[in-house]
Design a protein around this ligand. Structure first.
Ligand code: K2U
Ligand code: ZN
Length: 173
């Protein structure tokens, strides 16, 4: 497995609508495994394929945060929200492609998601809590949407300017 580089906003690949996958090939299973390793090492609790420069509809998640609890690595191909609660939650979100920037985002508190798993089987599950926030954040990535797109324009521009500066400094290293 190889840890992949995570793209930093602004990057045109993070604004693209990603393509559905047809069949689950060994290449896609390897990408999913690399994304899980990249996510754990970041560390993060979710990661979407466009964040590592691959414009296909694949996300990985593991929102288990309790110390010592069994991790639950999840691989979701072509994930889609098929139901969302009217009730919403506000969570202070971050993003591995927008390092060290956090802002409150309101989203449905519970969602039912359908996807194809790592073995090619169809799955459906209802998520709540941090899992619900995370899976919506990741599916947004597959549609070229970042959490800063929910913020007021001035706040979004401030964060984007900070990222442009960060990328310039990283390029100099
Ligand atoms: O997509 C990503 O950039 C991964 C995010 C997913 C995420 C963001 C906000 C809320 C839930 C999930 C990373 O995991 S950011 C790091 C992080 C870790 C724990 C809680 C919130 C954010
Ligand atoms: Zn993100």
């Amino acid at each position: 497995m190889s840890v992949r580089d995570i793209l930093i906003h602004p990057d045109p690949r993070l604004k693209k609508v990603c393509a559905p996958v047809d069949d689950i090939t060994p290449d896609l299973q390897r990408l999913a495994d690399d994304m899980l390793q990249t996510m754990y090492e970041a560390p993060g609790i979710g990661l979407a394929a466009p964040q590592v420069g691959d414009l296909r509809r694949l996300i990985v998640m593991d929102c288990v945060k309790e110390e010592g609890a069994e991790p639950r690595p999840m691989v979701l191909f072509n994930p889609e929200v098929v139901w969302a609660s009217d009730e919403t939650n506000v969570y202070e979100e971050g993003c591995l492609s927008i390092p060290d920037q956090y802002a409150d985002v309101e989203r449905p508190a519970e969602v039912t998601v359908r996807w194809i798993d790592r073995d090619g089987a169809g799955q459906e599950e209802r998520f709540d809590g941090l899992w619900a926030t995370c899976v919506q954040h990741e599916i947004d990535h597959l549609n070229g949407k970042l959490f800063i797109d929910y913020l007021k324009p001035l706040k979004r521009q401030l964060i984007t300017r900070k990222m442009v500066k960060l990328k310039r400094e990283r390029a100099r290293l």
